[in-house]
Design a protein around this ligand. Structure first.
Ligand code: NAD
Ligand code: UGA
Length: 458
């Protein structure tokens, strides 16, 4: 079959894989190839054991793989054959030199730009899918237009707003698709080509266009606003604990105001995930670069409160468990940074586990999807750690349970049985406020949550 267009995506990660699967699924007339420098990842995409878990992803990939969706390590061929290239490589926080710990590390991004430059023989539309500092497209343009081959490029920004765990739903039914371009004749033509792709399943009013810098900046700002809501509610959870107010009741009352809205007001042990922290750090860095120190300080506080929330959780555990953890067995229920994903990047569970190990507690870690990543995260940590899939088995003989991830299955556990097989007094620290605390108290547990009343027999 001859395809209408060849599309390439460089970077087969949490964004590249699912987004390209959705485009291929919705646009059978386009051939989509996803390439990566990591051959193991590509082999997994070509197997029944995909490298990431997302509900619904496997079904879609297996229905179109080999038809119009391909995974490959041949980056050169991919670049040569494609008219449109999405770039969704990782953009982590820089760990060295100028801007270390704050700025985005653009080395993967720049290498990709240079590869595109090297192998391109004809005009291409290059689409920034990765989250990037505002003005990155300018650097991309400068690299690509430095070629002497007469090959022309148009750069678009099309940031991705999917959340892990609901990626396929978010992709099929996005709140908006944002496409930023240069406002030149060829920039607008390129933009229209991308609009045409999304129009196969996204309604016109949800596809919005803007200038390229607004598009780049909107992505950072959207993540900053989302994280800010979590830090806002978490900061108030600390005040609830001092005043006997209940954070769930406060969030409900506040969120019922339509102007505020009720989403993202779930108090927790802190937000995790690969992006909130790095994107805000990046925003802060850009503000400082432009001399906007008040603006930078304002956004930096979102991250400080998140750190404070994780530290508060550990302090509460220590205080409650008689100021010593040495030799105590602690069960962590959940290790993923949120439910319905195997991803543990920046998961608050990593911090909590490391602090408990420093206090010489022995850990039993359980998670339905993330045990492999948990092992990798804690590989260098000293201390006793066991990884046990069955949550009841994991809790056996433990002094306390820390609920770290809001997996539905934890709500359904037989806590009467669990209470019987734990050490007494038995503690539960509900880092997600999802359990029925009064019921647990009646069983005999001492229950501690985030910004909610204490249920303690002590
Ligand atoms: P990831 O680490 O899962 O995937 C990135 C992939 O790019 C890796 O497999 C890596 O091997 C590959 N890669 C790096 N350099 C390469 C090169 N030169 N050639 C080919 N492949 C290369 O990262 P991710 O979570 O998919 O995130 C990618 C981007 O999307 C980031 O900028 C992130 O901020 C953004 N984003 C992520 C999410 C999310 O939910 N994870 C959501 C929206 C936006
Ligand atoms: C987030 C954004 O929601 C996406 O729109 C964005 O595309 C993505 O970052 C990105 O750029 O990477 P994600 O990190 O996958 O998506 O997941 P979220 O649902 O946003 O959750 C992030 C963290 O906040 C999780 O640890 C979650 O448990 C926590 N959270 C979320 C709370 O503690 N309370 C809430 O009310 C909501």
């Amino acid at each position: 079959m001859r395809f209408k267009k060849n599309i390439l995506c460089i970077g087969a990660g949490y964004v590249g894989g699912p987004t390209m699967a959705m485009i291929a699924f919705k646009c059978p007339e386009y051939k989509i190839t996803v390439v990566d420098i990591n051959p193991k990842r590509i082999a997994e995409w070509n197997s029944d054991n995909l490298p990431i878990y997302e509900p619904g992803l496997f079904e879609i990939v297996s229905s179109i793989r080999g038809k119009n969706l391909f995974f490959s390590t041949d980056i050169e061929k991919g670049i040569k054959e494609s008219e449109i290239i999405f770039v969704s490589v990782n953009t982590p926080v820089k760990e060295f030199g100028l801007g270390a710990g704050m700025a985005a590390d653009l080395q993967y991004w720049e290498k990709t730009a240079r590869q595109i430059l090297k192998f391109s023989q004809s005009h291409k539309i290059i689409i920034e899918k990765s989250t990037l500092p505002v003005k990155t497209a300018q650097a991309m343009e400068r690299i690509l237009h430095s070629n002497k081959k007469g090959v022309d490029f148009d750069i678009l920004s099309n940031p991705e707003f999917l959340a892990e765990g609901s990626a396929m739903d978010d992709l099929i039914n996005p709140d908006r698709v944002l496409i930023g371009s240069r406002e030149t004749e060829s920039g607008i033509k390129a933009r229209d080509e991308l609009v045409e792709i999304y129009a196969n399943w996204v309604s016109g009013e949800r596809i919005i266009t803007s200038n390229i810098w607004s598009s780049e900046l909107s992505k950072l700002v959207a993540n900053a606003f989302l994280a800010q809501r979590i830090s806002s509610i978490n900061s108030i959870s600390a005040l609830c604990e001092k005043t006997d107010a209940n954070i769930k009741e406060v969030a409900n009352a506040v969120g019922m105001d339509k102007r505020i809205g009720n989403k993202f007001l779930q108090a927790s042990v802190g937000f995790g995930g690969s992006c909130f922290k790095k994107d805000i750090l990046n925003l802060v860095y850009i503000c400082r670069h432009y001399g906007l120190s008040e603006v930078a300080d304002y956004w930096e506080q979102v991250i400080r409160i998140n750190q404070y929330q994780k530290e508060r959780f550990i302090l509460k555990m220590m205080e409650t468990m008689f100021n010593t953890m040495a030799g105590k067995k602690i069960c962590l229920l959940g290790f993923a940074f949120k439910a319905e994903t195997s991803d543990t990047r920046e998961s608050p569970a990593i911090f909590i586990a490391q602090k408990l190990l420093e206090e010489k507690a022995e850990l039993r870690i359980s998670d339905p999807r993330a045990l492999g990543n948990a092992k990798a995260d804690l590989a260098g940590s000293k201390g006793v750690i066991e990884y046990i899939s069955d949550p009841v088995e994991a809790a056996k003989g433990c002094h306390a349970i820390c609920l770290m991830t809001e997996w539905e299955l934890y709500k359904e556990l037989d806590f009467k049985k669990i209470y019987k097989i734990m050490e007494k007094p038995a503690f539960i620290f509900d880092g997600r406020n999802i359990l029925n605390h009064s019921e647990l108290f009646d069983i005999g547990f001492n229950v501690f949550s985030i910004g909610m009343p204490l249920f303690t027999h002590l």
